[in-house]
Design a protein around this ligand. Structure first.
Ligand code: PHE
Length: 357
């Protein structure tokens, strides 16, 4: 009885699969391609030997051989994929530049002169965008009385909304009457008071500055941080004007592929109030860890001025209306430059700082 040419087929397949797995370099695998799955392979010789079989036996044997080839081809393709991915990451690792080396190599003492910090230059750029939109730039104090930081903003003592701002108190006068400002909103009050006393309404102004909160710093928060406040008080101002200003600003500063959206929120000094979000610049809206998979990042708050605020500063709410917004300058810098951890802004690591000269 003559033996079938496929007698050892399954051992042959097992051997080929083991051979494929044993390759650990892409080049070696590709070199061996012809002998494993090509014309010179064991399976190809078996194919040729089927010619001597009678038609029925040849059909059966052909089908078994085809299945064996499929197994070996698949294993070969998979191994090639794994090895080329390994080769790619090895190449990337080799091309990686150690920024520490680059910085050290490029310092030429004593010619290095320093430059504005990223936060300072971001503040300047934000001011430029708003000035080009017709806003003026104003300043306000960093130490405020409770009246400016809270009460005039419709947040009376013991109002539950005070919990929104963890406050540093200054030991001056009666306890808890002088604060490090927790936001730039008190500067709105100064501006409105001044405009009333000097009869210079309307107001279209932005107010950048340093703020303080009793917060534990993390990747997206600092205890000492910067905000830019916007205030418009004029005739016939509506929420639509606010939304238009926010969208125009977003595209001007972040670029045309980043847009803004407003989501209902609560602030005691605006009604209606909204949170101001922009397309996440890390994932461009796809969803990632930084934006908690939402595709959006919160920049700040905004809303139409509450009549209680207008009356606190003596502005006639029948004649004038307005809106305000406030958002983080540090957060803007973080989003614009895709900085994973905001604490880098305060750590004075020259390798970080030098990237923004
Ligand atoms: N001051 C608010 C905050 O810091 C933001 C805000 C500003 C909200 C202006 C509405 C209007 O949380």
């Amino acid at each position: 009885m003559s033996t079938s040419p496929l007698e050892n087929l399954s051992q042959e397949v097992t051997r080929l699969l083991a051979t494929i797995e044993s390759f650990d370099s892409l080049a070696a695998l590709v070199d061996a391609e012809a002998s494993i799955i090509g014309k010179r392979s064991a399976l190809s010789s078996l194919q040729k030997s089927l010619g001597s079989l009678d038609p029925d036996a040849r059909r059966d044997a052909g089908a078994r051989l085809q299945e064996a080839r499929r197994l070996v081809d698949d294993a070969f393709a998979k191994r090639r994929e794994v090895l080329s991915a390994n080769a790619r990451s090895a190449q990337l690792e080799q091309d990686r530049i150690d920024l520490g080396d680059v910085v050290v190599a490029s310092i030429r003492w004593p010619a290095s002169t320093g430059h504005a910090s990223l936060v300072a230059s971001t503040q300047r750029e934000l001011e430029d965008v708003f000035v080009s939109m017709g806003f003026t730039v104003s300043d306000g104090p960093e130490v405020e009385s409770d009246w400016y930081n809270f009460e005039a903003l419709n947040i009376p003592p013991a109002h539950p909304a005070r919990g929104m701002w963890d406050t540093f108190y200054v030991e001056l006068g009666e306890p808890e009457t002088v604060v490090l400002r927790t936001h730039t909103s008190p500067t709105q009050i100064h501006l409105m008071e001044n405009a009333v006393s000097s009869s210079t309404l309307p107001i279209h102004s932005v107010m950048p500055g340093r703020c303080f909160r009793r917060d534990t710093p993390d990747a997206r928060h600092l205890a000492t941080f910067h905000q830019i406040e916007g205030l418009v008080v004029d005739r016939g101002i509506t929420f639509a004007d606010l939304a238009g200003v926010i969208e125009t600003f977003t595209r001007a500063y972040f670029g045309p592929d980043i847009s803004s959206r407003l989501r209902p929120a609560y602030f005691p000094f605006t009604e209606p109030s909204a949170e101001f979000e922009i397309t996440c610049t890390i994932c461009r809206g796809e969803g990632c860890r930084t934006c908690s998979q939402t595709g959006w990042i919160e920049l700040g708050g905004c809303g139409v001025l509450d009549p209680a605020v207008l009356s606190a500063v003596g502005i006639d709410g029948e004649v004038w209306s307005g809106f305000a917004f406030g958002f983080g300058i540090d957060r803007c810098a973080q989003m614009r430059h895709q900085i994973a951890d905001m604490r880098a802004l305060t750590e004075n690591d020259v390798r970080f700082l030098e990237q923004f000269s």
